[in-house]
Design a protein around this ligand. Structure first.
Ligand code: PHE
Length: 340
């Protein structure tokens, strides 16, 4: 009897030591200590023994049972430790590694330059004014001295809305809004999107950006206009730019000018952006037409002003050497990411 017990005990300990996982351990526990387990069976045999032998054998069975229980526990602990050791091997964390930097957006190049211009102008006492992209015919044309049958309307092909309004063709209507909102002396700029119904190519888009400027005060002259425009360009390009002034016609200014700057894409040699001229029209400008002041209830005998309409898209192209205006609204991330 004792021999059988010893064998069962030895076999149990060996199998437990070799158990590969918790599942195998559980099966072994049932096999030896369960209701019909091999060691449990030994206990049942005690009733056939004399009282002395029974005490003796009982003690041995109890010892065997305890030994197996301990072995089960030890193996369970061992398995758990192995598991964590393996986890530590495969799943460790090096706190000294650099973290994963989340991707961060940035502003579109047009908006970056717009902000810069806003800085420059607010530092010169200009106020930033906003206007709607859908405008009235009055603000976009009439009040700017462009009556219904005026040929100048053909200069700006227009998207009309069904209810007789329009997508503003320039930021000049914000001049009108500004004069309705403020009395002179006034200085304002109005950056924003404008829309033209026209065929697109490297230098034309149906949607682009302008920035309007308006200053009205007593005794404003062309000298003021030139001063502010030169300061502006010096700030933007960080040096004195080569520019030229040509007479230009816009019904809302008199006299009117076209301020051209040397093409920064080709350096004046001629390319698709400057249409081989070497010069780019950057900034139409002039002194506010007396009719425009009158229509806004400002006395042209007392006040005068200058206005300009900066081609923001074009300026950004010059600034970064972008050779096609259509990139701006292409939605091509490869394009915008270059300005991160
Ligand atoms: N609004 C004109 C345009 O877009 C530009 C302009 C503005 C000209 C201000 C003169 C003065 O064509």
């Amino acid at each position: 009897m004792q021999k059988i017990l010893d064998e069962a005990r030895a076999k149990a300990l060996a199998e437990i030591a070799a158990a590969a996982d918790d599942r195998a351990l559980y099966d072994l526990k049932v096999k030896y200590l369960g209701k019909k387990g091999e060691i449990t069976e030994q206990m049942k045999r005690m009733r056939d023994l004399s009282p002395d032998a029974r005490r003796n054998f009982g003690q041995l069975v109890n010892e065997a049972k305890e030994a197996v229980e301990q072995a089960l526990e030890a193996r369970a602990r061992g398995l758990a430790e192995n598991k964590y050791a393996r986890l530590a091997e495969s799943d460790w964390l090096d706190a000294s590694l650099p973290g994963i930097v989340p991707p961060r957006g940035h502003v579109h190049p047009v908006y970056a330059v717009q902000r810069e211009l806003e800085e420059i102008f607010t530092s010169m006492g200009f106020e930033i004014l906003d206007g709607p992209e859908v405008e009235t015919e009055y603000n976009n044309f009439e009040a700017l001295n462009i009556p219904a049958d005026h040929p100048a309307r053909d200069m700006q092909d227009t998207f009309w809305t069904e209810d007789g309004n329009l997508l503003r063709t320039h930021t000049s209507p914000v001049q009108i809004r500004g004069m309705a909102l403020r009395r002179p002396p006034l200085r304002l700029i109005a950056p924003g999107r404008v829309f033209r119904y026209e065929a697109t190519d490297a230098s034309h888009e149906n949607t682009f950006w302008q920035m309007e400027g308006l200053m009205v005060d007593r005794n404003i002259s062309v000298a003021h206009l030139i001063y502010f425009m030169k300061s502006l360009l010096r700030e933007i390009f960080k040096r004195d730019m080569t520019i030229r002034l040509r007479p230009g016609y816009f019904p809302f200014v008199e006299p009117g000018f076209e301020l051209d700057m040397q093409c920064q894409v080709c350096g004046g040699a001629g390319c698709s952006v400057c249409k081989q001229h070497g010069w780019v029209e950057l900034l139409p400008c002039g002194l506010v037409h007396p009719n425009v002041l009158s229509m806004s209830q400002i006395d042209p005998e007392v006040y005068s002003g200058f206005a300009f309409g900066l081609g923001l898209s074009r300026l950004v192209m010059m600034r970064y050497g972008i050779d096609d205006i259509r990139h701006f609204l292409s939605g091509d991330l490869r394009f915008v990411r270059q300005f991160a």
